[in-house]
Write a protein that binds this ligand. Structure first.
Ligand code: GRG
Length: 307
């Protein structure tokens, strides 16, 4: 059985997920670092609650697998992946808040603000975002400061105004929260809101591996296709999935009147676009040959996932 067949692929994903979980547990220990004063228990508990609760860890997996193409040491890639996962977990905590999506369930458990309170959940998100940048700048990530700097800048841009946070703003505006409801540019919105972090996961390996321009371009295109595929699969799951498997209620997009890839393209159109994107992702990796088969399998996994 090779690492790209269904069962072996899931095992490989689970292995990275377990390693990420262990690393996050270690990073979120209660001992203050140099120049930190204390780590308040309630805040640390909420950060752990929001990040040590069993997601798929797809983003760290993308960092680890893209970095593996260049022979980057596994521990360095895992550390960069943990930084990225901290940002993802912060975004989920904040997205669930009453002022955003007002969700009660995440990953099959009460959301952070339900388990704690709104103020603690906001601070837990803030502190996860901040610790991500502490982690990504560490010496163990790469011996060359210029590489760490490029990685840090790319992570900031994926997370901030021109990336995830900006995409979230466009999403809220598209719901008509700030005045007239105007249909958003769904492709751009999703490329920012959901796609940017996934894309970062793919180019992180190229940055860590000091890839050639051509290699970087391949992972860049792959990352964009994967990001859009992830969101289309998410939109289809929201329509066709069931709450027990999703770990959150289904049908939320419809209830909130969101414009999604499904409302834009129709169910069949969205499924066809998803297929095309998987082909695009596959083709983008041509230069890596068989070495990129795990990333190819990841694109298929993203399209076929049930949660
Ligand atoms: C609050 C700044 C800010 C941004 C929030 C990404 C995001 C923006 C909100 C998440 C809302 C959401 C459910 C989007 C759909 C796509 C998505 C990110 C799903 C969750 O990602 P998975 O499936 O989750 O990788 P796990 O639980 O496996 O980590």
């Amino acid at each position: 059985m090779n690492a790209t067949s269904g069962k072996a692929f899931v095992q490989r994903l689970e292995t990275t997920a377990a390693a990420t979980e262990a690393l996050l547990l270690d990073l979120l220990n209660d001992k203050p670092l140099d120049n930190e004063i204390v780590r308040p228990k309630r805040l640390l508990d909420a950060m752990r609650y929001g990040s040590l609760n069993g997601g798929k860890r797809l983003r760290p997996f993308l960092v680890v697998e893209s970095a593996a193409l260049f022979g980057v040491p596994h521990d360095a890639a895992l550390l960069a992946g943990a930084a990225l996962e901290c940002i993802h977990c912060y975004s989920l905590i904040h997205d669930d808040l009453p002022a955003m999506d007002n969700s009660d369930l995440r990953r099959g458990k009460p959301t952070a603000h339900k388990a704690f309170d709104d103020a603690t959940a906001i601070l837990a998100g803030d502190a996860l975002l901040t610790i991500a940048f502490d982690i990504i700048t560490r010496d163990e990530i790469h011996r060359e400061a210029s590489v760490r700097l490029a990685l840090t800048r790319a992570l900031a841009r994926a997370s901030g105004i021109g990336g995830m946070a900006g995409g979230q703003m466009m999403d809220l505006a598209g719901e008509g929260r700030f005045g007239d409801k105007e249909p958003p540019d769904v492709q751009k919105l999703q490329q920012m809101k959901t796609g940017a972090l996934l894309h970062f996961g793919c180019i992180a390996g190229a940055l860590l591996g000091q890839a050639s321009k051509q290699e970087y371009a391949g992972l860049d295109t792959y990352g964009r296709a994967l990001g859009e595929a992830f969101q289309i699969a998410d939109d289809l799951l929201d329509l066709e999935g069931d709450a027990a498997t999703l770990g959150k209620p289904a049908g939320q997009d419809d209830a909130m009147g969101k414009t999604t890839f499904v409302t834009l393209l129709g169910v069949e159109g969205a499924k066809q676009r998803l297929k095309n994107l998987i082909v695009q992702a596959d083709t983008a990796l041509a230069g890596f040959g068989g070495r990129a088969d795990v990333l190819r399998a990841t694109a298929r996994f993203v399209a076929e996932r049930q949660n």
